[in-house]
Design a protein around this ligand. Structure first.
Ligand SMILES: [Zn+2]
Ligand SMILES: [Zn+2]
Length: 393
């Protein structure tokens, strides 16, 4: 069998070129037609011809069939950018005003193309089939569901799925390492919007009004009591109210006030309890203050849970590439969300972390206008995924 590590290293220049091309042409949400076309063209050049484009809008699913019998492995890369004005000053910066690949999804596309290339060259050694999944709209949590609804998990159905996130999401890991985690890695991310309805009037005569801002203030505190008093202290969860809007002038009591927030949790019981109780508490507070609350919940991605067995095999495949000393267990999950969780809810698999951290002094968080990556480690992602595909069954 060919040396996967050496092959991937040799491909890094190409992977970087692909990343830069995607980076220059960022697309948002479900609308990723240029990236879709770019991916399809590159796959065709590699001799991968079982390609289904337009999956769930602009997603791509392509099959690499091995020469040996075996199971079906999915590999997923997200390909959407963010509504951020790029300020990196890089020669390959975004050419579209107000849009930027500020989360590393440009690298995910390029890294999975690298994997595709290696696998297409090694069909003789590949058992089973690999389904390459290029997904739009991760940031809006719509792409995975759209592709699932459009049958990406069928024909052939998947036995396992893997994917990665690059960048600097987890501290303590340096470029050139691979981070893995058994079990929960990322949180369920749900949203709520509450509209408190009262009765407006003069600020000097509150007794003749029903004050919706007062309701929102009480509900704001009562929600945090749900987190601290009603759930186990051992079950991680956070509720953040990120927006409250009401009123129009200091001496006017308005008739409505809107409150919006996010609910993050790691297990399904806590998730449904929090949603239920936040609704009940807001309605109860409003009622107790002579008003009413209209509570709307939006369910986002579930918690991202890695399968034990597949994560162990992934750890082994990664150790082959970077060595045991550069493999690290991620100590704590993050309360960030990731819509790869929709795939992992249906198919056992593992989502791993490829630290890609630029030189000191140029490190900015994900979604920042100066966010960048260390391009020298992209090949590791391609090599780990290709090696996993060749060794997991
Ligand atoms: Zn992001
Ligand atoms: Zn991301």
């Amino acid at each position: 069998m060919v040396d996967i590590k050496e092959r991937a290293k040799a491909l890094n220049g190409e992977i970087v070129r692909w990343r830069r091309q995607v980076h220059q042409n960022p697309e948002l949400g479900l609308h990723t037609p240029m990236t879709e076309t770019f991916v399809v063209e590159r796959l065709r050049e590699m001799g991968i011809d079982e390609i289904r484009s337009g999956v769930g809008g602009h997603g791509v699913a392509a099959l690499v069939r091995g020469k040996k019998p075996g199971k079906v492995l999915g590999m997923r890369a997200d390909m959407d950018a963010l509504p951020v004005k790029e300020e990196t000053g890089l020669p390959f910066a975004s050419t579209v005003e107000g849009r930027m690949h500020a989360c590393g999804h440009d690298a995910h596309v390029a890294i999975l193309l690298g994997t595709a290339r290696i696998l297409a060259e090694n069909r003789n050694d590949l058992a089973g089939t690999v389904k390459l999944i290029f997904q739009p709209s991760e940031e809006d949590s719509e792409g995975a569901l759209a592709m699932i609804r459009d049958g990406v998990l069928e024909d052939p159905p998947l036995d396992a799925i893997i994917g990665l996130h690059t960048g600097n999401l987890w501290g303590g890991l340096r470029s050139g390492m691979v981070g893995y985690r058994h079990g929960a890695l990322m949180a369920a991310a749900d949203w709520f919007t509450v509209t408190f309805e009262g009765k407006g009037g003069h600020g000097a005569t509150p007794h003749l009004t029903v004050d919706p801002i007062a309701m929102a203030c009480q509900a704001f505190s009562a929600i945090q009591n749900v987190v601290s008093r009603e759930k186990s202290p051992l079950a991680p969860a956070v509720v953040t109210v990120g927006r409250i809007e009401g009123g129009s002038a200091p001496n006017i009591i308005g008739s409505t006030c809107t409150m919006e927030g996010t609910i993050r949790s790691l297990d399904p019981e806590t998730r449904s309890m929090l949603a239920e109780r936040i609704k009940a508490v807001c309605e109860g507070v409003a009622l107790g203050m002579r008003g009413r609350a209209d509570v709307r919940l939006t369910l986002g991605a579930p918690a991202l849970i890695n399968d034990q067995g597949i994560t162990e095999k992934l750890r082994e495949a990664a150790a082959d590439i970077v060595g045991e000393g550069s493999i690290a267990a991620i100590a704590e999950p993050t309360m960030g969300g990731e819509d790869m969780a929709f795939f992992l809810e249906k198919v056992p698999g593992s989502f791993f972390f490829l630290p890609s951290i630029p030189a000191e002094g140029t490190v900015y968080p994900h979604h920042h206008s100066k966010f960048d990556l260390d391009e020298t480690v992209f090949w590791i992602g391609s090599a780990v995924m290709a090696n996993f595909a060749l060794t997991w069954q």
